[in-house]
Write a protein that binds this ligand. Structure first.
Ligand code: FMN
Length: 211
């Protein structure tokens, strides 16, 4: 395996908002190719309870984007909190998210990963089993997309309007939506690893707190 290539992919798959090409159509076959790769991901008991709703219709994208924008106040609250804390990097992230909300309907593909089940009053193993059976696949989709010149960003704020989105898209009650992932070609393909808390500080060996 070419670890240079895989490490580059794994370390540079960023949340892309400002550099999405909103004009260039994304072929259906490319989305299908990425999804075919994504569904190689693991699921609890090999349940494969996923469904993938790929939204390309302009009217439906607009309605979804309106649901998303109805929740954008939370992004502004978070931006303000970061500003008050003097955390400029986080403030920039939220400003980018706020600006992105305004153009969301123009992104050519909006992908909603869904999974059968619901977590009301569920135990931690049940919650972990449910989300753990869709998030690895959704992330694989994002990696496969990146390696084909597509950018994505994991978003979640529309989930506060999950019911309305389900009605819009015809998603049945026994499936939950876990995210809304906009997909478009990127302007340029050079993305960089992000600054993270050093791994030594967040890794413990044999006992909590022991580095
Ligand atoms: C669970 C989760 C929820 C997120 N929700 C949103 C969102 O609603 N809107 C948005 O623009 N970005 C959202 N993001 C993207 C994060 O802001 C982004 O991943 C983070 O700032 C790190 O940037 P990076 O992915 O480029 O390293 C979300 C990411 C995750 C993992």
């Amino acid at each position: 395996m070419d670890t240079n290539a895989t490490d580059l992919l794994l370390t540079t798959t960023r949340a892309v908002r400002r550099r999405l090409d909103l004009e260039r159509p994304v072929p259906r076959e490319l989305i299908e190719e990425c999804l075919r790769i994504a569904i190689q991901a693991p699921t609890g008991g090999n349940s494969q309870g996923w469904r993938w709703v790929v939204v390309t219709d302009a009217d439906v994208r607009l309605k979804l984007a309106e649901l998303y924008r109805s929740q954008a106040g939370i992004l502004e609250q978070m931006r303000k909190r970061a500003k008050d804390n003097g955390d400029q990097a986080t403030e920039r992230v939220y400003q980018s998210a706020i600006d992105f909300a305004e153009v969301l309907h123009k992104v050519p593909v909006l992908l909603i990963p869904c999974i059968q089940g619901r977590v009301n009053n569920a135990s931690n193993p049940e919650v972990a089993g449910l989300y753990g059976s869709i998030i690895p696949a959704a992330w694989s989709f994002m990696l496969a997309a990146r390696s084909r010149g597509l950018g994505t960003v994991w978003t979640s704020i529309h989930l506060a309007k999950e019911k309305e989105a389900a009605e819009l898209l015809g998603i049945p009650d026994d499936f939950i939506q876990v995210a809304l992932i906009p997909v478009a070609y990127t302007k340029g393909i050079d993305f960089k690893p992000a600054k993270r808390t050093p791994v030594e500080e967040v890794t413990y060996w044999d006992h909590w707190g022991d580095n």
